[in-house]
Design a protein around this ligand. Structure first.
Ligand code: HEM
Length: 293
């Protein structure tokens, strides 16, 4: 899929920074979006547009909707909408930091940073709990089908939707769980990543088993661990040709379908949650025609 932002389908980079921007009140962001369009290639910098920004431009992106919010015993899933999301990807933290600074300065007349998270690849692609993350991602053509919008309209085909949540792990609590309980929480065996046929219904991979939904709910996950001096977790990132598959998975994880809450909530919790529309690329730069730029 030539028109897709290349960073979406590419392997997870060694380092990244996720920047989330709010629109400054009363700002008219057109000039900054033109600069962003000239600067963002979709590979070293993947861009997502929030419904708040589309709305400010009086444009509607079909399928882009508010992030759901769930609250019940042991479950808090917040919805924290934002205007703009940039996933800066690279090999070198220093280079990413300097790129982030330049981007923030460029956007500053209209946008302010709402959140900035440094993330990294751990080992062969592990979560900080030590479990491999991404094993059941669709492969090859199926990944493209799951992640990328097929649409003949200029400015729409090659786009994608993305769900982004920052999760904070309680690693002490996780470490205190016996190995068997850890494996049962994920539904896979840590030592060899083998799926556990006998895992409980609440096991994470049972809750989210993509073939078990009707229609099947395939997503393209590109999550990365994050850490600062005191806290650590996962930036969960799932791309889709629509938001339906993620919606269905999250609903089941939160127990809103059958009352069974995903075992992940025993040791980790989301503190942000937002949806974005990721525009296609054209001539090596993001294509913002759909939002009138
Ligand atoms: C801190 C949060 C999370 C952690 C640590 C985590 C970790 C994992 C791990 C270790 C696996 C097993 C290996 C794999 O197939 O990738 C997995 C599978 C999966 N996760 Fe998560 N996950 C998290 C949040 C989520 C969320 C919020 C969703 C979607 C709403 C999700 C959707 C999936 C899906 C679709 C699979 C594959 C299921 C299958 O078809 O076998 N995960 N996750």
């Amino acid at each position: 899929m030539n028109a897709a932002q290349a960073g979406i389908l590419a392997p997870i980079p060694p380092h990244a920074r996720y920047l989330t921007f709010a629109l400054k009140s009363g700002a008219r962001p057109l000039a900054q979006l033109r600069s962003l369009q000239a600067a963002a290639d979709g590979k070293a910098c993947v861009v997502g547009i929030g419904a708040l920004l589309a709305f400010a431009l009086q444009k509607e992106i079909g399928g882009l909707r508010p992030f759901p919010h769930y609250q019940s015993e042991g479950v808090q899933v917040p919805s924290t909408p934002a205007a703009l999301w940039c996933w800066l990807r690279g090999e070198d933290r220093g280079e990413i930091l300097l790129r982030a600074r330049a981007l923030e300065k460029m956007l500053a007349p209209a946008f302010e940073v709402a959140d900035s998270i440094d993330a990294f690849k751990y080992g062969r692609g592990l979560d900080l709990t030590g479990y491999e993350d991404g094993t059941e991602n669709p492969k090859g053509r199926k990944a493209v089908e799951a992640a990328i919008v097929s649409d003949k309209r200029a400015g729409f085909g090659g786009a994608s939707f993305v769900a982004v949540q920052r999760w904070i792990h309680d690693l002490d609590r996780f470490a205190a769980m016996p190995q068997k309980s850890q494996d049962n929480a994920i539904g896979r065996r840590k030592k060899d990543n083998k799926e556990l046929a006998s895992a409980p219904e609440t096991a994470h991979v049972k809750r989210t088993a993509q073939e078990s939904f009707s229609p099947e709910a395939f997503v393209w996950r590109r999550s990365m661990p994050w850490a600062d001096a005191t806290q650590a977790g996962l930036v969960f990132v799932a791309f889709g040709r629509s938001l339906d598959a993620f919606d269905a998975q999250l609903k089941r994880m939160a127990g809103a379908e059958d009352g069974k809450v995903d075992a992940l909530f025993a040791f980790t919790r989301p503190v942000t949650g937002a949806y974005y529309w990721c525009p296609p690329v054209r001539k090596g730069r993001i294509d913002l025609r759909a939002i009138g730029v």
